[in-house]
Design a binder for this molecule. Structure first.
Ligand SMILES: [Zn+2]
Length: 116
C-alpha cells in the first residue's frame, strides 16, 4: 500500500470503510486517509470505450455484447451517454463563414480593440 500524498509505502493502516464499501487506509506519515482501490461500479472504462469504438466501426449492440460479454443494453446506454457528450456536428463551411463575417462587422462597429 502506498500513500497517494507523500508516496510512503510504510505505516499504512486500515481505517474502516466508506459508505460504498471501499476499504479506507490511513497514512502514518502524513495522516492522509485514502481509498486505494475504489469498488468498480459497472464495467471498466476500457470496456465501455471499446464497445463504443466497435459501435462506431459498425458493429451492432448485440454483436458487441457477445464479443465483450456485456449486456447489449449496457452497450446501448454507453453509446447514448457518449454521443450526448459530443459537441454538435460542425456547421457547413458556408454558414460558418457567414457567421464570421457578421462577427467581424460587429467588432468593427464597436470600434474597440479586439482582444482576439
Ligand atoms: Zn502519506
Amino acid at each position: 500500500m502506498k500513500c497517494p500524498k507523500c508516496q510512503a509505502n510504510w505505516k499504512q493502516y486500515k481505517a474502516g470503510f466508506n459508505p460504498s464499501g471501499s476499504q479506507h487506509y490511513r497514512c502514518g506519515e502524513c495522516n492522509r486517509v485514502y481509498t486505494p482501490k475504489p469498488i468498480q461500479q459497472g464495467y471498466p472504462e476500457e470496456t465501455r470505450l471499446l464497445a463504443i469504438r466497435m459501435y462506431v466501426e459498425g458493429s451492432s449492440f448485440g454483436s458487441i455484447g457477445r464479443v465483450l460479454k456485456v449486456n447489449p443494453q449496457s452497450v446501448a446506454n454507453w453509446v447514448s451517454q457518449y454521443t450526448a457528450k459530443l459537441p454538435n456536428a460542425p456547421m457547413p463551411a458556408k454558414v460558418k463563414k457567414a457567421e464570421l463575417d457578421e462577427l467581424y462587422t460587429f467588432v468593427g462597429k464597436k470600434k474597440t480593440k479586439s482582444t482576439f
